[in-house]
Design a protein around this ligand. Structure first.
Ligand code: NAP
Ligand code: ZN
Ligand code: ZN
Length: 351
């Protein structure tokens, strides 16, 4: 089936209208008309070829909310007309230990990302949510319990939500824990909301002094302007967990020294250039750890979606047309978005 999509044909070509092929739904497949797709900074890294191994044409988009248009014979969980979500994964080997544990993002045989991923069997490149429709194996389709009016604001939960939820849960953010969230963008603003909702004392770190008030409104207990050494020093040796969602390379030592004994800082941001190597003594002296975390598996994504539906948590979004994606990328690079662009896919029909 040929459908409309927006693709980058190379790292230096602006995203533009094209057509792509979607497979006819197989027995285990769910065919989905895409209603909304969030704009993650990973989309921009990919479209601009900032990471190794990008295959062009690239169709980004992995924060997908849509409506089921058809299901295969073996699909019982989803019915035509249901609202569903698709996040960052559309396949995995299904038999390795991480897959068996519901951690498909860490599949030993290579997880299949929703875009710029290799489909098992064919090796075909995957195309993401900047498109009119998608066909996904039912195991990678998520149930959406948010109301119809919240669907655009629910889309970013599929990446920004789960990518912050997974480390918060893994390192047990909750009452009695002090958690830092670094970088108040798409991921960071969800990190604040979720850490707060889990009951942790939540401190937002930003390089943008003008985001201080907004960070408090998102649920932060305190806000620190990270470029101010005096403000940073007040939090030395005090954090159980710091979650770093910054999209550019930066000094890690300034944050490592804020961890208490056995504290962990986990990196989520995936900048094109490496961070400067952190100082060894900051690890030794307080048995601190520096870690990383990638998106989240299917069970934990459903857990996060259900938690958010129950607590009334969505993202703060600005809805845009597909045709305005290049202008949106320009604004994303300037940090000029509160806090996630979401594409209304109805605009693609008119393109
Ligand atoms: P975003 O909306 O652009 O937010 C990034 C934030 O980083 C900015 O709002 C800004 O916050 C801070 N920042 C500080 N200096 C910056 C600079 N020089 N350039 C850009 N940002 C700077 O991005 P996002 O969508 O949240 O994604 C953040 C990063 O996580 C990206 O690298 C993305 O690829 C990565 N990511 C990783 C995973 C994973 O699985 N680990 C999943 C999704 C995304 P302040 O103004 O508050 O300082
Ligand atoms: Zn993402
Ligand atoms: Zn696997």
């Amino acid at each position: 089936m040929q459908i409309k999509a927006f693709a980058a044909q190379s790292a230096t070509t602006p995203l533009a209208l094209t057509t792509i092929d979607r497979r006819a739904p197989g027995d285990e497949d769910v065919a989905i008309e895409i209603l909304y797709c969030g704009v993650c900074h990973s989309d921009l890294h990919t479209a601009r070829g900032e990471w190794p191994g990008i295959r062009f044409p690239a169709v980004p988009g992995h924060e997908i909310i849509g409506r089921v248009t058809a299901v295969g014979q073996k699909v019982s969980k989803f019915k035509t007309g249901a609202v569903v979500g698709v996040g960052c994964l559309v396949d995995s080997c299904r038999h390795c230990a991480p897959c068996a544990a519901g951690l498909e993002q860490y599949c030993d045989n290579g997880a299949t990302l929703t875009y710029n991923g290799h489909l098992f069997g064919t090796g075909e490149n995957t195309y993401g949510g900047y498109s009119a429709a998608i066909v996904v194996d039912q195991r990678f389709v998520l149930s959406i319990r948010h109301g119809e009016n919240d669907l655009a604001a629910t889309a970013p939960l599929l990446c920004a939500g789960i990518t912050t939820w997974s480390p918060l849960r893994h390192w047990k953010a909750g009452p009695g824990k002090k958690v830092g969230i670094v970088g108040i963008g798409g991921l960071g603003h969800m990190g604040i909301k979720l850490s707060h909702a889990l009951g942790a004392h939540t401190v937002a770190f930003t390089t943008s002094a003008n985001k201080q008030r907004a960070a408090l409104e998102l649920g932060a207990d305190e806000v620190v302007v990270s470029t101010n050494p005096g403000e940073m020093a007040k939090h030395s040796n005090s954090f159980d967990l710091i979650v770093d969602a910054v999209a550019a390379s930066h000094d890690l030592d300034a944050f490592m020294t804020l961890l208490k004994l056995d504290g962990t800082m986990t990196l989520l941001g995936a900048p094109s250039h490496p961070h400067p190597s952190p100082a060894v003594f900051n690890f030794l002296l307080k048995r601190r750890s520096l870690a990383g975390s990638a998106i989240g598996g299917l069970p934990e994504t459903q857990e996060m979606l259900d938690f958010c539906a129950e607590k009334g948590i969505t993202s703060d979004v600005e809805i845009i047309k597909m045709q305005d994606i290049e202008a949106a990328y320009g604004r994303l690079l300037k940090g000029d978005v509160k806090y996630r662009f979401v594409i209304d896919m109805a605009s693609l029909k008119a393109a």
